[in-house]
Design a protein around this ligand. Structure first.
Ligand code: ATP
Length: 226
């Protein structure tokens, strides 16, 4: 699948107790662009990324992915959009401890139409191999942080999503594995046209993006170069 463009207009996010987590933010991303989101800890980077994935319950404004405004969707519609279009790498991975690495990586097969199950499983297997996860038939409960991160990345990509949203995707990887992953992710954007948005503190990752957005204290600052 090719990427989708994004048009965000006056996006706000409100958290528990009515706390404003993101003040009105507007920006555009072209299909196939690779965007970094940077800023200090607690600034609201993950908040913004989750909103773009349709995972924030209280949003205002517009989150328009190729003509579909997530901010106006029902919960069920947002879930369907995510299943069809979004590969998400969560900061804390959100793996299922009782499943194998392959079971986790191919998780979306459980919700996919019959004809898509085999392609998802074979893509998940290839991704685990590419990412150097050799123990794909082992339960992830014995895995290290770096192995978990790689399983989480394989899961996000196994569905061949046209949008990749990644929260600190290199945080648990050593430099060599991180650099390989950055190459893989930017290739997906540049060669396959997928839209990539990654929150990161990793200078190496930010430097490889087409451009970066900066978030500070719940505000999107003027877009800047990495
Ligand atoms: N649902 C919520 N309700 C209330 N406050 C929240 C909620 N979610 C996040 N926050 C708060 O919003 C702020 C921004 O959090 P966020 O996780 O987006 O920051 P971040 O920039 O990604 O930080 P880090 O780099 O440390 O991951 C933090 O103060 C956090 O505690």
């Amino acid at each position: 699948m090719a990427g989708l463009p994004l048009d965000v207009l006056d996006l706000t996010v409100t958290g528990a107790g009515g706390r404003v987590l993101l003040q009105p933010a507007s920006f555009k991303v072209k299909a196939g662009e690779a965007i970094g989101i940077r800023g200090p800890s607690g600034a609201g980077k993950s908040t913004l990324l989750y909103a773009l994935a349709g995972l924030q319950p209280k949003v205002g404004g517009t989150i328009d992915w190729g003509g579909q405004d997530l901010a106006r969707f029902s919960d069920a519609e947002r879930a369907r959009f995510r299943r069809q279009h979004v590969g998400m790498v969560f900061q804390d991975f959100l793996l299922f401890e009782e499943l194998t690495a392959l079971g986790n990586a191919a998780l979306t097969a459980a919700f996919a139409p019959r004809q898509e199950i085999a392609p998802i499983r074979s893509r998940a297997t290839a991704l685990l191999e590419r990412l150097g996860v050799s123990r794909s038939r082992r339960n992830v409960d014995s895995f290290s942080g770096g192995e978990r991160q790689r399983v989480a990345i394989a899961r996000a990509l196994a569905n061949d999503p046209d949008i990749i949203l990644a929260d600190e995707p290199t945080a648990s990887l050593d430099r060599a594995a991180a650099d390989r992953l950055i190459g893989d992710l930017t290739d997906l954007a540049r060669k396959e046209g997928k839209t990539l948005i990654a929150v990161s503190h990793d200078r190496h990752l930010l430097d490889r993006m087409d451009r970066c957005l900066e978030v500070a204290d719940g505000k999107l600052l003027e877009p800047s170069h990495a």
